[in-house]
Design a binder for this molecule. Structure first.
Ligand SMILES: [Zn+2]
Length: 281
């Protein structure tokens, strides 16, 4: 299926999902006609301005790199691009955000290039979207990750190693460790560490409120290469486990993909609402 046709189908099923959900409005939100947002170059950091916030959505993997594989052969790269497209549509429908995707089709983009794209457009927020796999097929649920030099636990460390491994050709691993350390120093100075953690906690909260099944210890930390921009609050979400047949089934259902998109949209809204409430206080 071509990208254009897939986008049309996604737009059509998104409209249908909005009608079905109806009064469950916190997530459905008003649908307005889409207005082309202003160019990012004239945006300034840190000032209250009506200009749309710039959100970079990073659908993991792509092209030669399928990512995690499901019990029934579902490829992570295909699931996450669909959720990214749903989320893009939902965020842009309100006119408050400009959304940039690091990949729009089935292409391989090195991790450093994904970070560079977010920096290029001076993103206000970066969200990397993934689906996991686990040797224990009973493990289920979503989880959210932020950057840390030391992983919060061995599973998070192994996950970061797997996600980074898709790009060993351009990622120099010994330099990567230094880069994570340097990024974290810069992030602490600029408040980006706390903002990233707050964003991750907001996603966990919103998922919980909207019945999205969560992994225990839902917010974890590790040295993800794709989260290494010092200026941009960033999190990586694993939407579930393709190695679990229930999660795999859910992740391939358009209605569930749209619901995940709505929960992530609510997380982005809540993140910026809390930030502007803090500024006003
Ligand atoms: Zn992944």
């Amino acid at each position: 299926m071509t990208d254009v046709r897939r986008r049309d189908l996604i737009a059509a099923s998104l409209a249908a999902a909005t009608v079905i959900i109806g009064a469950n409005s916190a997530l459905a939100g008003p649908r307005k006609s889409w207005k082309k947002p202003a160019a990012p170059a004239i945006r300034r950091h840190g000032k209250a301005t009506p200009k749309p916030k710039i959100i970079v959505l990073d659908a993991g993997h792509g092209g030669k790199d399928p990512g995690a594989l499901g019990v029934h052969g579902t490829q992570e790269k295909r699931v996450v691009i669909k959720v990214a497209h749903y989320l893009q549509g939902q965020l842009q429908a309100g006119g408050r955000y400009r959304v940039v995707l690091t990949r729009t089709g089935d292409t391989f983009i090195p991790l450093r290039e994904r970070v560079a794209r977010a920096e290029e457009v001076k993103a206000d927020l970066f969200l990397s979207i993934h689906a996991d796999s686990h040797p224990d097929s009973s493990v289920r649920g979503a989880s959210v990750y932020t950057l840390s030099e030391e992983a919060s636990d061995r599973e998070a460390e192994a996950l970061a190693a797997r996600e980074n491994a898709c790009d060993l050709a351009t990622l120099n691993l010994s330099r990567h460790t230094d880069r994570v350390a340097q990024t974290l120093v810069a992030m602490s100075q600029r408040g980006t560490v706390n903002d990233s953690r707050r964003f991750a906690e907001t996603i966990v909260d919103t998922f919980g409120k909207n019945g999205v099944r969560l992994l225990r210890h839902s917010h974890r930390e590790a040295g993800f290469a794709v989260l290494t921009s010092p200026d941009i609050p960033a999190a990586l979400v694993e939407l579930g486990f393709l190695s679990n047949r229930y999660d795999e089934k859910l992740l391939t259902v358009a209605r569930h993909q749209a619901a995940l998109g709505r929960a992530l949209q609510a997380s982005v809204d809540a993140y910026f609402a809390a930030a502007s409430a803090t500024r006003k206080a």
